[in-house]
Design a protein around this ligand. Structure first.
Ligand code: APR
Ligand code: PHB
Length: 398
């Protein structure tokens, strides 16, 4: 057992240095509120995780507001539309035209994390890495604290508030008593097999494809790096998916027109991820707030995960600023309802878009014909395209 050696104090203890935790730390630093981020892994691990790649306007604005947008605007790819494909047909959703000018930015989460960490070092954002056995205490009182162990030494951090930004598998959500929590969950009966390869993308915009063999997505990280996904059974094993098999299956599902743009090459990352819709309510209990994946998961089809983490912490930072700078707790009291209102709309969109584009093992020919009818309807209806576009580019912060 290590000795209890260090006892320090801050205003806000942030658990987890993923996008939610680091965006929050930057927002609080900018407002002059003290915070310490406590992260279980090291920086290299957090930064190297291959995750999302599409930033909504809200997240682009946040990067800009924090003065972190320079590299993103230089290296990121602005997408004004996206493509839907099915049964060999393809059509475009003109997101910019349909939303009065909104677009999305293709810029990988790894790049966002690098920018946040680099600027964090310059701005004195405090992050404790390699924190083992993080535990939260006194959340229903007026002076909570958190504890952890680092290099064998017990650490204690007194604080006013705890922000649980520690993802789906973190400790924060479980630190709320079960009696106050309500969880909603759906696990989808398939996964996404994803690869990264240093080859030019098939198309300059993303292609979401519904095919009888399953969903396929042609995405990218840059003009020279492609990201592709295939819907696959949950029990598929990576060793059964050689690069050749992946490229063959991708081209089959994309159809001749889109497949003509595919450049094959060796993959340098390959993984299978499950798909889940999950919300835990409320997002605040006593002095604990949840933000990002700690409170909710969306299936990746709508590219909403990272963006929801960003909007949660925008709301949370506003609430904490009001507490410290205006001495009002209205924002704190309203945080959960405000964040959840946006979360549920993104959950709905991600669930709907997943249903539209994937083949579900339990459904039959009728459901498939309904999918085709809906895709045809979207192709032919400006109203339906507008609905898709305004959700895809991200609903406003309200
Ligand atoms: N103690 C300290 N840190 C922890 C603990 C713990 N017990 N458990 C998890 N963490 C850390 C993880 O190591 C990770 O760095 O919390 C961080 C959570 O980060 P994410 O899982 O990325 O969650 P979030 O910041 O909410 O981001 C949500 O970004 O990563 C994507 O798929 C994710 O799109 C979603 C969005
Ligand atoms: C990705 O590039 O990783 C990506 C893009 C769009 C999605 C999901 C993932 O909807």
């Amino acid at each position: 057992m290590g000795r209890r050696k260090r006892r320090v104090r801050t205003q806000v203890a942030i658990i987890g240095a993923g996008p939610a935790g680091l965006f929050l730390a930057h927002l609080l630093a900018r407002a002059g509120v003290d915070a310490v981020v406590v992260e279980r892994r090291d920086r290299e691990y957090v930064e190297a995780r291959v995750r999302a790649g599409v930033l909504e306007q809200v997240t682009v604005d946040l990067m800009d507001r924090l003065g972190l947008g320079k590299r993103m605007h230089r290296e990121g790819l602005v997408h004004e539309g996206t493509i839907l494909a099915h049964d060999g047909g393809m059509f475009r959703i003109d997101m910019k035209g349909l939303t009065g000018g909104s677009t999305v930015m293709v810029y990988g989460q790894q790049e966002v994390m690098r920018d946040l960490f680099d600027a964090g070092e310059e701005r004195g954002v405090q992050v404790v890495f390699d924190a083992e056995d993080v535990a939260l205490h006194g959340l229903d009182g007026s002076s909570p604290h958190i504890t952890w162990r680092k290099d064998g030494v017990e650490q204690l951090l007194d604080c006013d508030f705890v922000a649980g930004c520690d993802g789906y598998h973190g400790v924060s959500r479980g630190s709320m008593p079960e009696s106050v929590r309500r969880e909603y969950e759906r696990v989808y009966p398939f996964g996404w097999l994803g690869i990264l390869a240093d080859v030019p993308p098939a198309n300059h915009e993303l292609i979401y494809c519904n095919h009888e063999r399953g969903f396929a997505l042609a995405s990218m990280r840059s003009a020279t790096r492609s990201r592709y996904y295939l819907q696959c059974p949950l029990d598929d094993r990576l060793e059964d998916w050689s690069d050749d098999r992946f490229w063959d299956e991708l081209c089959l599902r994309l159809g001749d027109r889109a497949a003509a743009g595919v450049t094959r090459g060796p993959s340098f990352e390959k993984s299978i991820a499950p798909l889940r819709s999950f919300v835990s309510e409320p997002m605040r209990w006593g002095r604990l707030f949840l933000a990002g994946d700690a409170a909710h998961i969306v299936p990746p089809t709508g590219a909403k995960g990272l963006n929801l983490a960003a909007s949660d912490v925008v709301f949370l930072a506003e609430a904490l600023e009001q507490h410290y700078l205006e001495h009002s707790d209205a924002g704190i009291d309203g945080y959960s309802a405000r964040a959840l209102a946006r979360v549920w709309k993104a959950e709905r969109f991600s669930w709907w878009f997943t249903g539209l584009t994937h083949r579900f093992p339990e459904t039959g020919p009728l459901e498939h014909r309904l999918q085709v009818a809906e895709l045809d309807y979207i192709r032919d209806s400006r109203a339906a395209q507008t609905t898709l576009a305004e959700n895809y580019v991200g609903l406003p912060i309200s």
